[in-house]
Structure formats: C-alpha cells, structure tokens
Design a protein around this ligand. Structure first.
Ligand SMILES: [Zn+2]
Ligand SMILES: [Zn+2]
Length: 141
C-alpha cells in the first residue's frame, strides 16, 4: 500500500515505532511500560491503529503488525534512524540526535527520506539500531 509517511499523528508514530522495534506479538502491558502510559490509554490508541489497518489485535496475546503495518513500521524506524544519522553528523550526540529525531520525524515525508537514504548510500547502522532497506528506497522511484 502506498503511503506518504505523513498519515500518522506523533502519538501513533510513537506506538508503531515501538511495536515495529519489538517485532512479533507485543503485549498491551509491555507497550504501556515502554511508552510510560496507562494500559487503558494504550487500548484506545491500539483500536485506532487497528481501524486504519496497521495492526491486528490478538485476544489475550497482544498485537501484531499487518503486512501494511510492517511496511509502515519499517519505514518509521528507517526514517527515525536516517534523521538521527544526519543530526549526529552535524554535531549532536547520539542521544541528542535520537531525541531530536523523535520530535521532528513525523513531519518528514517518505519521498524526502527515501531520497536522503539513497544519497547516503543506504546506511545499515543507525545511532540507535540497524536500518533495513527495501523496495521503497532501493527501487528506482
Ligand atoms: Zn533513536
Ligand atoms: Zn535505503
């Protein structure tokens, strides 16, 4: 499914990044702890993510990404880490770059990130984790 990278609110980006970073089935309680919020708040946002087709909820287990959610989630991680690399290149410490990237990332479009990714030669190591590349940025647009 095509997406611009600008569809999600900062909060949804935070959730999807967290789920995509863990991979596999993620428990609601695990998410609540990781995001530092109340489990009841988590349930509400998960419902919204399910409505837009990014996750599927598995009763008593937690949530898993749909194929669309996996693709979007991988993009979100890549966007975070590409921005992080750029910021760390221009004087920020890894920790500062990670925090700044988290603040600005939801406003960076997929088109811009894919272009920068190509220009940087598809780096595989980010400041806070590996960067995976797929048809989105490796394809010829
Ligand atoms: Zn980071
Ligand atoms: Zn790439």
């Amino acid at each position: 499914m095509a997406f611009t990278g600008l569809e999600l609110t900062p909060k949804k980006v935070e959730y999807l990044k967290c789920i995509a970073g863990k991979g596999d089935v993620v428990k609601t309680s695990e998410l609540a702890t990781a995001l530092g919020v109340d489990p009841s708040t988590v349930t509400k946002t998960l419902q919204e993510l399910e409505e837009i087709g990014l996750i599927a909820r598995e009763p008593y287990h937690g949530v898993v990404l749909t194929p669309y959610g996996r693709e979007y989630g991988e993009f979100i991680l890549r966007r975070h880490r590409i921005l992080g690399l750029i910021l760390s290149h221009y004087g920020l410490s890894d920790e500062e770059a990670c925090q700044e990237a988290s603040r600005m990332e939801c406003y960076a479009s997929r088109e811009a990130i894919d272009k920068m990714c190509r220009a940087m030669g598809h780096p595989t190591v980010g400041i806070c984790g590996k960067i995976t590349h797929g048809p989105l940025c490796m394809g010829d647009d």
